[in-house]
Design a protein around this ligand. Structure first.
Ligand code: SAM
Length: 413
């Protein structure tokens, strides 16, 4: 089984859950410093797979023939780089070494290549690894002009001898493509909060897992009934999935429509390859397959960031939170009732609000019982542990007064 190291994002539990949901035969070995996950996969993983992940920044594959000694780094790099024609570029991504040691790895590797008659240069340095854009632009990911070696040293406990993991980087997030989708789309609405495209990708991946489509991959049909400016439908089109989107606000419908049209042009996604439909609808009212024939063809999963209530610019009082919470519970229950009645059996990945007053965080409560009564069962991807007794995953930036609780529901037919 091939082994991998994933350098994960700033919400490590979500990144890990995404890997557990998407990697066939995922087997977790180690979590290191909340920043790297070592795991086995049942199938080889490549840069294309990496592009579908929202929570992994860099993915490296373990080198089978790597002798587990740091002295061998120059030779290992040499073997990888010698077959490439002309001057090569290399890079090191390390964890668990002092900067002076990493500087030595770079220096000795360059010297080794010189002795072998191979002209080279390197990107990145002893303090920071090369940014993903540099890896892409210099042909280090497709290995046309060089490669990046990933060297991780880690002791599970102070008393145990450190483990050395050596691999080659096979994929890195396309930061430019994310920024373009996030910042350059024609309609952005800060008043409803901005869902980061990477989080949207993670949600879509949970939808794929729920619909069991990661076992037999193929196009999916995903519905976002609180589409806002359409970040989730956009990520569906990027995957070649059918995106169905609705919202009760006219402004959201126009916004999503414009953003999807823009995305199609920018990323050359045809309507035949990835169809989409946007319509106005209150999500607490039944989803009518007569009015929207796309629904009748079958929805594989509902993936949505439901309404989080008003964006808060200052810490809310308990009184404010209580009102916000009871309004929101009523809306969430209304939506689940409508989904259970008109889209029975369709699994749901949704985001609920969590408020941060001065005391402990306040999350939704009543909706859990209501969901269970309606036949929804909350689940987490394999190996993911329950935190604070909640069957969910939290996403929160430290400066936010409203966080996001990701809930994944299987549905009874
Ligand atoms: C947090 S925003 C979603 C943002 C979205 N993820 C995006 O990409 O922009 C919540 C959306 O829910 C919509 N909404 C609120 N109540 C609704 C309801 N009862 N039915 C449908 N949409 C509703 C709002 O109009 C708003 O666009």
């Amino acid at each position: 089984m091939p082994s991998y190291a994933a350098f994960i994002g700033h919400q490590p539990h979500l990144s890990l859950a995404e890997l557990a949901a998407t990697v066939p035969g995922f087997l977790l070995h180690e979590k290191i410093n909340h920043s790297v996950v070592l795991f086995d996969s049942g199938v080889p993983l490549d840069a294309k797979f990496m592009d579908t992940l929202g929570g992994t920044i860099v993915l490296a594959e373990k080198l089978e023939d790597a002798k587990a000694r740091t002295e061998d780094i120059p030779e290992i790099l040499g073997k990888l780089l010698m077959p490439i024609k002309g001057k090569v570029t290399f890079s090191l991504r390390t964890l668990g070494f002092a900067p002076g040691t990493v500087r030595d790895f770079y220096r000795k590797s360059k010297l080794h290549l010189k002795k072998k008659g191979k002209p080279s240069r390197y990107v990145g340095n002893e303090r920071v690894a090369a940014p993903s854009i540099v890896l892409r632009d210099n042909g280090l990911l497709d290995r046309s002009h060089g490669c990046e070696l990933c060297v991780i040293q880690h002791a599970a406990e102070a008393s145990t001898s450190p483990l050395l993991w050596i691999g080659i980087t096979v994929g890195a997030q396309d930061v430019d493509a994310y920024t373009k989708r996030d910042m350059e789309k024609p309609v952005r609405d800060t008043s409803v909060g901005l869902l980061p495209p990477k989080l949207a990708q993670i949600l879509v991946n949970f939808g794929v897992w729920l619909a069991k489509k990661n076992q037999s991959p193929g196009p999916m049909v995903i519905l976002d009934p609180f589409c806002g400016t359409g970040v989730i439908p956009m990520e569906c089109l990027m995957r070649g999935f059918t995106a169905l989107a609705s919202d009760k606000s006219e402004k959201a419908i126009t916004g999503t429509t414009k953003n999807l049209e823009w995305l199609r042009k920018q990323f050359e996604i045809s309507k035949t390859k990835a169809p989409s439909r946007v319509w106005k609808q209150d999500a607490t009212k039944p989803f009518d397959a007569k009015a929207h024939p796309e629904l009748a063809k079958g929805v594989d999963a509902i993936v949505t960031e439901t309404t989080l209530g008003p964006a808060l610019t200052k810490r809310p009082t308990m009184k404010e939170v209580n009102t916000l919470r009871s309004d929101n519970e009523a809306l969430q229950i209304g939506f689940l009732e409508s989904a259970a009645a008109s889209l029975p059996g369709v699994p749901i990945v949704c985001i609920w609000p969590v408020w941060y007053p001065s005391k402990a965080p306040v999350a939704l409560e009543k909706v859990w019982k209501a969901a269970e009564k309606l036949g929804y069962q909350a689940v987490l991807p394999p190996t993911i542990e329950i935190v604070d007794g909640r069957m969910s995953l939290l996403y929160r930036r430290p400066d936010q007064f409203v966080g996001r609780e990701v809930v994944i529901f299987k549905a009874k037919k």
